[in-house]
Design a protein around this ligand. Structure first.
Ligand SMILES: CC(=O)N[C@H]1[C@@H](OP(=O)(O)OP(=O)(O)OC[C@H]2O[C@@H](n3ccc(=O)[nH]c3=O)[C@H](O)[C@@H]2O)O[C@H](CO)[C@@H](O)[C@@H]1O[C@H](C)C(=O)N[C@@H](C)C(=O)N[C@H](CCC(=O)O)C(=O)O
Ligand SMILES: Nc1ncnc2c1ncn2[C@@H]1O[C@H](COP(=O)(O)OP(=O)(O)OP(=O)(O)O)[C@@H](O)[C@H]1O
Ligand SMILES: N[C@H](CCC[C@H](N)C(=O)O)C(=O)O
Ligand SMILES: [Mg+2]
Length: 487
């Protein structure tokens, strides 16, 4: 419970009608979830305008309403607070409600098209390995110390974020790491949050269905760096051509990491094998269990963050070398008879290309590389032909299949993908709509020593068809196929 007037600071108030000396029991931004004496915040969304639900919120017992425009209905005893930007106000009021938990933590935000989950999760695991209690907000899971809380979004709504950060502080966490998606930044989900550091991994093609232009997408990511205070650090991948753009208006300490250009944290792959990578960062060399150039970037960023947070160099390196793959990120599944499958969340053209390149570099002989891949429905359509092109040109055999068709017809998605297959690669591809069947087919075609990449779903445990999430797990499907086919 909080008194309204105590939680309205920095919300950009234009006008108040009614008393602010009233108690609110919770903050709600969905009229369907309104409870008695809550504060309802009306937000203009991507589908509907939350303002239209103000009368419903009031009749369901909202004690106060924050909005941009006064409703026409009778307010009764409900207090009305008119602000310039409700989404921004929601972020701020949520932080205020929970007493600014982000200021009591060293909170590092990670943004970028690919690598957010891996980088944030490795940072969290590094802290825990060093006996520094930490929290994590990620696509795969949220963590408060060792306690696990299921994740619904990459970056949750502001009320959930602040609630979880407060729970982290109460549980004794000193550090927290979170993925900050471009949707989250654009929708003000982290407005009101104070970061101790921001990390930019990279930016490539994705989410152009939502952000419309690549420039808008870049600007959304840049917002994280624009909002950092002077006491924070801003760490960017200098090998990405938009890395420096992120730093243009930041007040924070500017730092770089990368594998190519000289910079503050310069990594270099010294040796790469199926079971790990010998990495040099500046003048320090160590083994990591992670594989691939992209993971060398991720590990270099994690090392840089650890050093910027003041962690001891030797302890950090020792702990880093113990960390393994993040679930569904270049995760190995081996068959009893020596087939190697790799489950990876590559769901963008860039990620798919990186993973196939990494596999190519790990080849020791004449292994055949199979790639099972699909593209999500109700998502950026322009990546479909590109991903099919990458799969059929880089793997020896590609099996195009479904990945969360959502409200779209899976066959239509596959036809979109097929337009990217070049005539010389027609013979290398099979199209099998049913993902289970696609995985099984790859397993039946492959022989010992061959490599099967199953891309796109990673840790996901479902296939979303028309709003119903049917249980589905790439790893379980692979293991079942290995058993049934005695591979
Ligand atoms: C497209 C998108 O990002 N939508 C998010 C957004 O909802 P919206 O703007 O679409 O909401 P809306 O339906 O237009 O409604 C507007 C407002 O009216 C309210 N409302 C609506 C109906 C009603 O009856 N009563 C009512 O009060 C809604 O609660 C909302 O506040 O704000 C909601 C609250 O924060 C989010 O849950 C929701 O995420 C949806 C479910 C989603 O799928 N988001 C994905 C695309 C997403 O955010 N992904 C990124 C990761 C992307 C990546 O990098 O891979 C993420 O961070 O997870
Ligand atoms: N630094 C990186 N650069 C490019 N690709 C990467 C990088 N790290 C991981 N990947 C690839 O991208 C995939 C997704 O990685 P990860 O889940 O860490 O990214 P993410 O940014 O959290 O994605 P999402 O936006 O869907 O949450 C991985 O499975 C891997 O194929
Ligand atoms: N965060 C991404 C995940 C995509 C994963 C892929 N399996 C799909 O469903 O398209 C999105 O929601 O666009
Ligand atoms: Mg993620």
């Amino acid at each position: 419970m909080r008194i309204l007037k105590d939680i309205l600071y920095k919300t950009g108030i234009d006008e108040i009608q009614g008393s602010t000396n009233v108690a609110v029991q919770s903050i709600v931004f969905d009229s369907r979830k309104v409870k008695k004496d809550c504060l309802f915040v009306a937000v203009r969304g991507t589908q509907v305008d939350g303002h239209q639900f103000i009368p419903q919120a009031i009749s369901s017992g909202a004690r106060a309403v924050i909005c941009e425009e006064a409703p026409k209905c009778d307010l009764g005893t409900t207090t009305l607070v008119i602000v310039k930007d409700s989404a921004q106000a929601l972020g701020q009021v949520a932080a205020n409600y929970y007493n600014d938990p982000s200021t009591e933590l060293k909170l590092v935000g990670v943004t970028g098209t690919n690598g957010k989950t891996t980088t944030a999760t490795l940072m969290y695991e590094l802290c825990m390995a060093l006996d520094k209690k930490a929290g994590l907000l990620s696509t795969v899971r949220n963590k408060i110390g060792k306690e696990e809380i299921p994740a619904t979004h990459t970056t949750p709504d502001p009320v959930t974020i602040n609630k979880l950060l407060r729970q982290m502080v109460d549980a004794g966490c000193k550090y927290a790491f979170m993925e900050v998606s471009s949707h989250g930044l654009h929708q003000g989900r982290v407005d009101g949050i104070q970061f101790a550091g921001g990390v930019f991994t990279n930016i490539t093609h994705d989410h152009l269905d939502y952000h419309k232009t690549f420039d808008d997408y870049i600007l959304a990511k840049k917002k994280l760096f624009d909002m950092l205070p002077a006491s924070a650090f801003a760490l960017v991948n200098v090998d990405d051509r938009h890395g420096n753009t992120m730093l243009h208006h930041t007040k924070a300490r500017k730092l770089g990491f990368g594998l190519r250009k000289p910079t503050d944290y310069k990594g270099r792959i010294m040796e790469q094998q199926l079971n790990g990578t010998l990495l040099r960062i500046n003048d320090k060399e160590f083994w990591t269990k992670l594989i691939g150039d992209f993971n060398a970037y991720n590990i270099t960023a994690v090392y840089a963050v650890a050093r910027e947070l003041g962690f001891d160099e030797l302890h950090t390196l020792t702990a880093l070398s113990t960390l393994g793959a993040v679930e569904g990120r270049f995760q190995y599944v081996r068959s009893p008879k020596g087939l190697i499958a790799i489950v990876d969340y590559a769901h963008t053209p860039d990620a798919l290309k990186n993973v196939l390149e990494t596999i190519e570099n790990l080849r020791t002989g004449n292994e055949t590389v199979y790639c099972v891949v699909g593209c999500g429905g109700d998502r950026d359509k322009s990546k479909r032909p590109e991903m099919a092109h990458i799969a059929t040109s880089m793997a020896d055999k590609a099996i195009l299949t479904s990945d969360n068709p959502r409200t779209e017809d899976p066959e239509t998605i596959l036809r979109d993908m097929e337009t990217g297959v070049e005539p010389q690669n027609y013979g290398k591809r099979l199209t099998i709509t049913d993902r289970k069947e696609a995985i099984r087919t790859a397993c039946s075609l492959a022989n010992a020593g061959d490599i099967i990449l199953v891309a796109g779903k990673g840790h996901e445990k479902y296939q979303d068809v028309n709003g119903t999430k049917h249980p589905f797990d790439d790893i379980a499907e692979l293991n079942n196929a290995f058993t049934e086919l005695q591979k």
